[in-house]
Write a protein that binds this ligand. Structure first.
Ligand SMILES: [Zn+2]
Length: 432
């Protein structure tokens, strides 16, 4: 399958300036087209591509940008326009017209692989001009890769992060790579990738994704998994808030202001990296190491919708909910997590099912009685007196998701039998 490896690159000051120049020109071309389309012009990819010569005649500097990068701008805009047309066709209320790319963001440069030269850890990124195309204003960029790139790759995207470091992202097919070259370099990777974990073909594991614990899972054998997730966001947020408040007291653009901005960027990047790393590890654990072949999770897109419909809430409740939303969806990165799960499951040959998770936290998994479960209630105590289930709320929810998965229409034949005297302990699941 297609994978991507993002590698940090080191470039000289001059080469960095070249990259900035090229991305600026590409963005300019993109935004110019977006503006024309905003004014009602029809989009036609071929006609737009043909107009590049005119654009070059108008702005001589475009000649110094590598031609393939400029061509890529049209494809990128075409993708955006086609996606927009599709959204309109689907009848979405806010189809979202392609936007202008802001100046402070790096406009990603996409190089097709066939024009790139990699020697060891050095990659040469061509610039415009030279030969029959006239004088070369900027020499080709010679970038040092901090890691070994994949051997056969399709295209390379150059990007920049918030702190000003540049990266090359290599798109490659993992089946196309030679597996037996330079064992030293790949030992660690090989160890991670090729280690086969036993898989139970009929095994099922269902996960409840949440705030307090990233994922709580239950298997068809009644075993529970608890994956804690990123814990230190509070530590980072405290730091970040402090830095920001300090910075906001300074005069804008002063030396101290600039320094504190830099620190802020550094700390927030560290937080992001830690968090992403944590999500990668958790999804890798689920997709790569657990024995169950079928993985079930709840559908998060529904959760947000349920949360949105609160018209009768007080302003205080509203603020609370907004903060909570930010916490779940931004800080915890649950969406990113499901995306990682999706591709990792595919990669490890697992089957990921996403099912509706409506009421799974509210419902008792034994007697199906429903009760409200505010977020602060960590334990589910069934209010049905004949049942009296006491269980961790996430575990209860995971069991509900598991049962819903088994009950779904389809070729599945599993018929869960509940134990007669359902004990409050989660161990009673063993009789499934
Ligand atoms: Zn109950």
């Amino acid at each position: 399958m297609l994978l991507c490896q993002k590698i940090k690159i080191e470039v000289s000051k001059q080469d960095a300036a070249t990259l900035e120049f090229m991305q600026g020109k590409c963005r300019g071309l993109y935004n110019w087209w977006v503006m024309r389309l905003h004014n009602g012009e029809r989009w036609n990819l071929n006609a737009a591509k043909k107009s590049l010569q005119e654009s070059k005649a108008y702005d001589q500097n475009l000649r110094f940008v590598y031609g393939k990068l400029l061509a890529e701008v049209y494809f990128r805009l075409d993708k955006a326009m086609q996606a927009f047309f599709q959204r309109v066709k689907a009848g979405e209320k806010k189809p979202g017209f392609p936007r202008f790319k802001p100046r402070h963001q790096f406009f990603t440069l996409c190089y097709p692989a066939m024009y790139l030269e990699v020697q060891g850890k050095t990659i040469i990124l061509p610039t415009g001009g030279g030969g029959k195309w006239g004088p070369k204003c900027y020499p080709n960029i010679i970038a040092h890769l901090t890691e070994t790139p994949p051997e056969h790759f399709r295209e390379v995207a150059v990007s920049r992060d918030a702190r000003g470091s540049y990266y090359c992202s290599f798109v490659y097919d993992d089946t196309e790579q030679h597996q037996d070259k330079d064992p030293k370099e790949n030992t660690r990777k090989k160890h991670n990738m090729r280690k086969q974990h036993p898989m139970r073909e009929d095994g099922v594991v269902a996960f409840d994704l949440g705030i307090k614990t990233l994922a709580t899972g239950v298997t068809d054998q009644g075993r529970f998994y608890h994956i804690g997730g990123f814990k230190s966001y509070r530590y980072y947020n405290k730091q970040l808030d402090k830095i920001r408040s300090k910075r906001d007291k300074c005069k804008k653009k002063s030396r101290r202001y600039i320094r504190l901005s830099k620190v802020y960027k550094r700390v927030s990047e560290k937080k992001r990296n830690k968090q992403r790393d944590c999500l990668h590890k958790a999804s890798h654990l689920i997709a790569g190491k657990l024995a169950e072949r079928a993985v079930v999770i709840g559908d998060l897109s529904q959760r947000q919708m349920v949360m949105k419909n609160h018209e009768s809430e007080t302003p205080k409740e509203h603020t609370k909910r907004r903060i909570r939303n930010r916490m779940v969806y931004n800080d915890w990165g649950l969406y990113g997590f499901t995306q990682m799960l999706e591709y990792k499951c595919l990669r490890f040959g697992k089957e990921l099912s996403i099912i509706s998770e409506r009421d799974t936290t509210k419902m008792c998994h034994v007697c199906k009685h429903k009760q409200d479960m505010p977020l602060w209630k960590r334990t589910y105590r069934c209010s049905n007196e004949n049942c009296g289930l006491v269980m961790d709320r996430d575990e209860n929810s995971a069991v509900n998701i598991y049962e819903r998965f088994l009950a779904r229409p389809g070729p599945h034949t599993g018929d869960p039998v509940r134990c007669a005297e359902c004990s409050p302990q989660s161990t009673c699941l063993k009789t499934f």
